[in-house]
Write a protein that binds this ligand. Structure first.
Ligand SMILES: [Zn+2]
Length: 120
């Protein structure tokens, strides 16, 4: 159940951000998923809704975008997103290192409903 642990991490992260921003609740969460990640979006959404229940992120909409993985080439210091399975550096042809290895999901932005806090 890979998606379950990812959803747990996601809820934690979002709640933390929302609390820090003084949000009343989270409306939308824009997420990026590595293009080669094996996360099933439906399962992720399902677990997310389960885990978010009762918290700031309850009922939030997940906006998932698949993005290519990013590589870094040590030989020429280029950063690039390889096409399909060709992981070679477009500049020098060497195979670079995967950036954020193991980090197949990250939160791009949060849309929150601001809490009725202090007037600004
Ligand atoms: Zn290179």
């Amino acid at each position: 159940m890979h998606e379950l642990s990812v959803a747990e991490r996601l809820v934690q992260l979002v709640e933390e951000h929302a609390r820090r921003a003084g949000a009343r609740r989270v409306l939308t969460i824009a997420i990026r998923l590595g293009a080669h990640s094996h996360i099933a979006e439906e399962a992720l959404c399902f677990y997310f809704q389960q885990l978010a229940t009762g918290g700031l992120a309850a009922g939030a909409r997940l906006q998932i975008e698949r993005v290519p993985m990013r590589f870094h080439c040590h030989a020429c210091n280029a950063e690039y997103a390889p096409e399909a399975e060709d992981w070679r550096c477009p500049r020098c042809g060497r195979v670079g290192r995967l950036l954020d290895a193991g980090d197949e999901l990250w939160v791009e932005s949060l849309e929150i409903e601001a809490g009725g806090g202090e007037p600004s």
